[in-house]
Design a protein around this ligand. Structure first.
Ligand code: ADP
Ligand code: MG
Length: 236
């Protein structure tokens, strides 16, 4: 049985996919056998960040009943196993999201850690992923709308008894208009497990399809994600 962690958010675009891809590589570098799945089937882009786009069989094919999950697992950077969702609209249309739960339980047997890149919000697919996972990481940006939406995700997780590991505050700058990590912790009532700064290397790495922890390992965002990985494996 794997340790399953759903990486979710209230608002879209907070940095779930970036976090998931890089945390997967970080955990792999700490010696864990890691699988990461793109459960955001409508807005799939994990494969782009991991540099494995255009694979013939994807999660969408599995969800449409046309393939077995084993044939949709690919080796990504640093030995991470990646299940891409497929970016084509056609394959998305055929997918039946209600099969996600079954897919996740099968993947559970595949590795030590299973990271689930969730869709934003509390729609059906996000809820399936959050309730199937043992643990939740919620990715927020330091602004009130992001935190207010994250509150709903945290309360859903509590309701379905998924353990909330904490929040990752992503895209932090020095700007005084930002909410402090202490305020965010107070509002969400969960620990802040990571603070990742705004870093232009994130976009640069995405353009190359190489996670930032590999492409620009000395950059501030990469270092923060490595610290988070270390914390999760108990090496810090
Ligand atoms: P989500 O999966 O939550 O929609 P993404 O991981 O796709 O979010 O990130 C959304 C956008 O924000 C992307 O363009 C990504 O490059 C950018 N981004 C994410 N994290 C950072 C960061 N720490 N610094 C700068 N840009 C970031
Ligand atoms: Mg995403």
């Amino acid at each position: 049985m794997a340790i399953t962690i759903a990486v979710a958010s209230g608002k879209g675009g907070t940095g779930k996919t970036t976090t998931c891809a890089n945390l997967a590589v970080a955990l792999s570098q700490f010696g864990k056998d890691v699988t990461v799945i793109d459960a955001d089937i409508a807005m799939a882009n994990l494969e782009l960040i991991m540099g494995i786009e255009g694979k013939p069989i994807t999660l969408n094919d599995v969800l449409s009943g046309n393939a077995d999950i084993k044939s949709a697992i690919y080796e990504g950077p640093a030995g991470v196993k990646v299940v891409p969702a497929g970016v084509s609209l056609d394959s998305f249309k055929k997918a039946r999201p209600e099969r996600l739960l079954e897919v996740l339980s099968k993947l559970d047997e595949q590795s030590e850690v299973l990271l689930i890149d969730c869709p934003a919000g509390i729609g059906k697919e996000a809820l399936t992923a959050i309730s199937a996972a043992e643990h939740l990481l919620v990715v927020v940006n330091p602004e009130i709308s992001s935190i207010s939406d994250a509150l709903k995700v945290v309360s859903i997780a509590n309701r379905v008894e998924t353990n909330v590991l904490g929040a990752i505050i992503n895209r932090v700058t020095e700007d005084s208009s930002e909410l402090s990590s202490r305020s965010i912790e107070t509002i969400l009532e969960i620990p802040i497990v990571g603070i990742v700064p705004e870093d232009t290397n994130v976009r640069r790495s995405s353009a190359f399809g190489v996670p930032i922890v590999l492409k620009h390992s000395d950059s501030p965002a990469a270092q923060s994600i490595m610290e988070l990985g270390a914390k999760l494996v108990g090496k810090q």
